[in-house]
Structure formats: structure tokens, C-alpha cells
Design a protein around this ligand. Structure first.
Ligand SMILES: [Fe+2]
Ligand SMILES: [Fe+2]
Length: 253
């Protein structure tokens, strides 16, 4: 690996992979041994088994598409929070305003102001320049704008000073339902079509640089805990709604 690539990966969050897994799966240059080996120290012992600490261990950066796709995981989990809100309101229960507002605030700060900002600044322009997905990208951009409108409504209708009335219950359900309906296909299309095309049009060196840029922006906005901290916030909301326990979604067959 050249010095520039190593520099680009300097503060990047690293993922441990065994040598065998690395040989079988990596297309990007792996960063192993020597000076970069020490940088894997960002991992706590709890996250690294003894086997993974062997000399054969190598680390790879979180690439831009992986970064964006795991952010979509956060988006999906807030969609599930909204869905639980819709279910409760539909059953005539109290609006879980605090939980919905907390979910909408994560959408605003993490998805709209951060994730979509990255897409609009670094993903869509190279696709446009390459003449790729010319029908899709403008739709995604418009959907980002419409999403912000819906989030604004959800935030307004679930704010601390409000006790949602009948009209508000109906309106907040409509806003959340429209948000879910738009973002499920939106994020699925990005994962399966847009990000693979983005990978095709961006040169490898620039790809690594973008990984560094994304991480710097993540920590500038969300502090040292970054993505992990936001996932923890989502989990806390899920716990208040009783939808955190994964096992409860396993069907009896
Ligand atoms: Fe998007
Ligand atoms: Fe996205």
C-alpha cells in the first residue's frame, strides 16, 4: 500500500478480518502490519477475539457504500419506530409523542443533515458527471426535499408542548406513512443500484479519500462515538416502545 492510501485510512474506523476472509473477499487493497497495524487499536478487546488478533489479521476501512448502507440501517430502524407509532394510534392508544419526536430528530440530524448531505455532495455529482442514472438521481434529490417537509411536520406535531388532538393524530399518521412509503423504496434503490454505480464511476484512490472525508464529517457532527452513538440512541427509543427485542419478531411456525 502506498503512503497516500495509508494516510487516507489513518483515522478510519477499521474492521477486523481474518487472513482467509481477506483473501477471499477484498478487492480494495488491505491495510495490514507495520505502522497501520497500530491504528487498529481503535477496537476494544471486547470487539476482537484472540483469533482475530493473530499476525494474519488485516484491517480494511469502512468504504463509502458500506458507511452509507449502515446509515440506511438507522433510517430503517426509525421507520420501524414510526410504524409502531402508527400501529398504536390506529389502535386508539396514546400517541407515543416523545419517542416519535426523538426518532424524527435522529432523521433530521443524522439522515437529512448528514447522510443525505453526503449523497448530494459526493455520490450524486460523479454519477451525473458520468451520465449514469440520469432518471433516478433527480427523483432521489426531490425525495430528500419532500422528506424534510414530512419530518418538519412530524417534529411539529410531536413537540414537547403539544398534546396531539384528533386532527393531529390523523396528520402525524399521514406524515409518517408517507415518509415510510417514500423511504423504503428510496433506500432500497440506493443500496442496490445507486451505490454500486457510484462505486463504478469513482476511481479507487478517490474512493479511499471519500471514506476518510465521510468519517471526519461523522465525528465532527456526532462526536467520538459517531455512528455507534446514534445506533445507541435508536436502541433506547426502541426499548421505550417495546420493539427492541429482536426475538419478539420471530414467527412461530
Ligand atoms: Fe438518498
Ligand atoms: Fe441514502
Amino acid at each position: 500500500m502506498g503512503g497516500r492510501e495509508a494516510t487516507a485510512m489513518r483515522r478510519r474506523e477499521m474492521l477486523g478480518l481474518s487472513g482467509a476472509a481477506l483473501a477471499g473477499s477484498l478487492t480494495l487493497t488491505a491495510c495490514g502490519g507495520s505502522a497501520d497495524g497500530a491504528r487498529a487499536g481503535a477496537f476494544s478487546p471486547a470487539e476482537s477475539s484472540p483469533a482475530e488478533s493473530s499476525p494474519a489479521q488485516a484491517e480494511v476501512p469502512v468504504t463509502p457504500p458500506e458507511d452509507l448502507m449502515r446509515e440506511h440501517g438507522v433510517l430503517k430502524r426509525v421507520l420501524l419506530i414510526y410504524r409502531e407509532g402508527i400501529r398504536r394510534i390506529g389502535n386508539g392508544e396514546q400517541v407515543p409523542a416523545q419517542a416519535l419526536n426523538a426518532g424524527a430528530r435522529i432523521i433530521r440530524s443524522f439522515i437529512e443533515d448528514y447522510h443525505e448531505h453526503l449523497e448530494e455532495k459526493y455520490v450524486f455529482p460523479p454519477l451525473k458527471k458520468a451520465g449514469k442514472l440520469t432518471d433516478t438521481v433527480p427523483v432521489l434529490e426531490l425525495q430528500h426535499q419532500r422528506g424534510r417537509v414530512l419530518t418538519g411536520r412530524i417534529l411539529d406535531m410531536t413537540g414537547a408542548s403539544k398534546t396531539p388532538g384528533t386532527g393531529d393524530r390523523r396528520d402525524v399518521v399521514a406524515a409518517m406513512a408517507a415518509f415510510i412509503r417514500m423511504y423504503e423504496p428510496h433506500e432500497a434503490r440506493e443500496d442496490t443500484v445507486v451505490f454500486p454505480a457510484f462505486r463504478d464511476v469513482v476511481p479507487p484512490r478517490r474512493f479511499l479519500e471519500l471514506g476518510e472525508i465521510f468519517e471526519d464529517e461523522e465525528h465532527r457532527r456526532f462526536g467520538s462515538s459517531g455512528f455507534t452513538g446514534v445506533v445507541g440512541q435508536v436502541a433506547d427509543i426502541e426499548k421505550t416502545l417495546g420493539i427492541y427485542d429482536l426475538a419478539r419478531f420471530t414467527p412461530k411456525v
